[in-house]
Design a protein around this ligand. Structure first.
Ligand SMILES: CC(C)(COP(=O)(O)OP(=O)(O)OC[C@H]1O[C@@H](n2cnc3c(N)ncnc32)[C@H](O)[C@@H]1OP(=O)(O)O)[C@@H](O)C(=O)NCCC(=O)NCCS
Length: 169
């Protein structure tokens, strides 16, 4: 299977926060943001695998500061590493203040998607090659994050998480 560059899996989505997206304080609701992050990440996973993809896990999404009604948000995602049927995607959310135009990084998260066939059975995905130093760093960390995710999902024993253990040695 021909390898893909990380850059070729990039997806970008721009949205404006409308009244239906907000809570009674006029802040973007967390669930709405997660929905957008899921869609953008799924596009990257699809660009990589050219298959149907399902979300397997989402890691640590924190909401440090509110995103306000009228703000413009840009979501950017790309595949950091693939394994057999799974792909890790880094997604970043930038907020553009509608008064000043200043853009700041608001959230980031790692999603794991799995490519599946018509009956939902996981299928192989191509490798992803890294070109930049940042992409290489993301690639290296992906195995650690995968092990942590699998432990939390009860799919791996902590004693088997060799890459995670290296952090403590
Ligand atoms: C995700 C899913 C396809 C995994 O299927 P499965 O039968 O458990 O298959 P496996 O255990 O062989 O896992 C398949 C891959 O998913 C990875 N995976 C499964 N759960 C994971 C998790 N919590 N975190 C990270 N990776 C995970 C496995 O490591 C494996 O990766 P690999 O093939 O690259 O080695 C299946 O659990 C599923 O369909 N879940 C529901 C998905 C869904 O409905 N999402 C929301 C709507 S899209």
């Amino acid at each position: 299977m021909e390898a893909k560059t990380a850059e070729s899996t990039k997806a970008i989505m721009t949205e404006i926060v409308l009244p239906n997206d907000t809570n009674t304080l006029g802040n973007l609701m967390g669930g709405r943001l997660l929905h957008l992050m899921d869609i953008c990440s799924a596009i990257s996973a699809h660009r990589c695998s050219k298959r149907m993809v399902v979300t397997a896990s989402v890691n640590n999404v924190s909401f440090a500061s509110p995103i306000k009604l009228g703000d413009i948000i840009t979501l950017e995602s790309k595949v950091t590493r693939t394994f057999n049927s799974s792909m890790e995607i880094l997604i970043q959310v930038f907020v553009e203040d509608h008064r000043t135009g200043k853009k700041t990084l608001s959230n980031n998260a790692y999603y794991t998607f799995v490519a599946v066939d018509q009956i939902g059975t996981p299928i192989e995905v191509p490798d992803v090659t890294q070109e930049t130093e940042a992409e290489k760093l993301q690639f290296e960390g992906a195995l650690r994050r995968r092990q942590l995710s699998l432990i939390l999902a009860g799919k791996m024993k902590a004693s088997d998480a060799t890459e995670l253990k290296k952090l403590f040695n």
